[in-house]
Design a protein around this ligand. Structure first.
Ligand code: FE2
Ligand code: FE2
Length: 196
């Protein structure tokens, strides 16, 4: 396994661990009940993703505690997202903190989604036991990551629109249409006008 594939795996474990912290704090900022339910589900799934990564490290003989400069950057970004939500909680209205939390979730999930997309490309190229291990992990997680990013973006957009005093589609069209692809997300966003 190349050093850069290992680097991706270290960053992935750190992303998932940071994701648990991000959702835990985001749940303290949430106002909308449907979004709360959604984030509770995503927190549970993210906890499982940490486990999936740990199991993968075990199978591949990698040290889950190993640090790299890249992993440290991921850790720093995760902490910064939590701090940003704390700032918003202290400084503004609950609705403003909820918007910040939505943006933080989208930022965290953008990295998370990219990680799993990249790992499934690595799985395609891999061979033998390594291929088996990577493929199994991707098959378990990738669909959930699609939901995390596309649905979170929808929530972020609609809650912002609502805050601007314009009619919003809540829960967002991505949720209603069970979007799992980029093209589906684009279609859902286009269809929002008809759903108002
Ligand atoms: Fe994840
Ligand atoms: Fe995720």
């Amino acid at each position: 396994m190349s050093e850069q594939v290992k680097e991706l795996l270290y960053q992935m474990l750190e992303t998932e661990m940071g994701g648990v912290e991000v959702y835990t704090r985001a749940l303290q900022c949430v106002v909308n009940d449907d979004l709360k339910e959604e984030w509770e589900k995503y927190l549970e799934q993210t906890n499982r993703h940490v486990e999936v990564m740990r199991e993968l490290f075990e199978k591949l003989g990698l040290d889950p505690k190993a640090q790299t400069p890249g992993r440290q950057v991921v850790h720093h970004l995760g902490e910064s997202l939590v701090e940003a939500m704390e700032m918003a909680q202290q400084g503004g209205t609950p609705e403003a903190a909820e918007l910040v939390a939505c943006e933080c979730v989208v930022l965290a999930e953008t990295k998370d989604h990219q990680n799993w997309e990249l790992l499934s490309k690595c799985a395609e190229k891999a061979k033998g036991d390594e291929k088996k291990a990577l493929t199994a992990a991707c098959e378990e997680v990738e669909d959930e990551e699609d939901e995390h990013i596309y649905h979170s973006k929808g929530w972020c957009r609609e809650l912002w629109i609502q805050s601007l005093g314009m009619p919003a589609v809540l829960p967002p069209p991505e949720e209603e249409k069970d979007v799992k692809t980029a093209i589906g997300a684009a279609r859902a966003e286009q269809a929002r006008e008809d759903m108002l």
